[in-house]
Design a protein around this ligand. Structure first.
Ligand code: PGA
Length: 239
């Protein structure tokens, strides 16, 4: 894992955007794996600014998101589809039909997981996958557990994640109890991964990753097995 320690959130977002922009320039039809949460918002702002300046274009880019709540309607302002539209897709020149997020309205979530995994395979995996990390070390909705699931699947949210995400909902009760998420195997289909970690509240999880440990108790540690991961983190997440 290549480690890039940044002064603050603004610098982390700029450096991560420069990384993604360079990949987009190299391959205009990039398959870009995306994540939600507060961490990548600055990255999406920077990518929007670079697009508006004419330095990059999303015209040929395909995006594939990590996860989505289940069940949830895409029109719900807490859905990850809504988040992506607001924070990136509606602000850049991407063709929305080339943007994929697991379907939170699917009748059969297990079948939706299979369909989504087949889509990832059809795309040949992401060229670059953007990831954040949970305070408990989760990646997407791959929560700490005795065993992890390889492919895209439906999963129960842990109490820790329901609590952490309740800040975005009117109350904890409104947080969906399940999600559709890429599995670690789906994530590992990415050729390159960038992991963004901001803030002192992620310090413990990140320290476990950087220790080189491999444990499903901290799913992000499995990233130590991927051949091309670049970590962009803030100083307070590592010091
Ligand atoms: P955050 O969430 O970016 O809002 O901290 C990251 C995550 O839970 O994966």
């Amino acid at each position: 894992m290549q480690v890039i320690v940044c002064r603050d959130y603004a610098e982390m977002s700029k450096k991560a955007a420069a990384f993604v922009a360079a990949e987009m320039k190299k391959k205009p039809a990039l398959v870009l794996g995306l994540a939600t949460g507060s961490t990548p918002v600055g990255l999406y702002d920077e990518l929007t600014a670079l697009t508006k300046k004419g330095e990059i274009t999303f015209k040929q880019v395909t995006t594939v998101n990590l996860d989505e709540y289940y069940p949830i309607d895409p029109a719900n302002d807490q859905s990850y589809r809504y988040f992506m539209n607001e924070n990136l897709f509606d602000r850049v020149d991407i063709d929305k039909k080339n943007t994929y997020v697991p379907d939170g309205t699917a009748k059969d979530p297990a079948a939706e997981g299979k369909r989504y995994e087949a889509l990832i395979d059809r795309l040949g995996g992401a060229d670059v996958q953007v990831l954040g990390i949970g305070q408990n070390g989760h990646i997407g909705f791959n929560e700490p557990a005795d065993a992890l699931v390889l492919d895209t699947h439906v999963t129960d949210l842990t109490e820790n994640t329901i609590k952490a995400n309740s800040r975005f909902f009117a109350s904890e009760n409104e947080v969906p109890r399940q999600a559709l998420t890429m599995g670690m195997g789906s994530i590992f289909k990415a050729k390159k991964i960038i992991l963004l970690v901001n803030g002192a509240n992620k310090k413990q999880a990140l320290a476990t990753v950087l220790s080189g440990a491999l444990t499903t108790a901290v799913p992000a540690t499995l990233l130590n097995l991927h051949p091309d991961v670049t970590l962009f983190c803030t100083e307070d997440a590592v010091k």
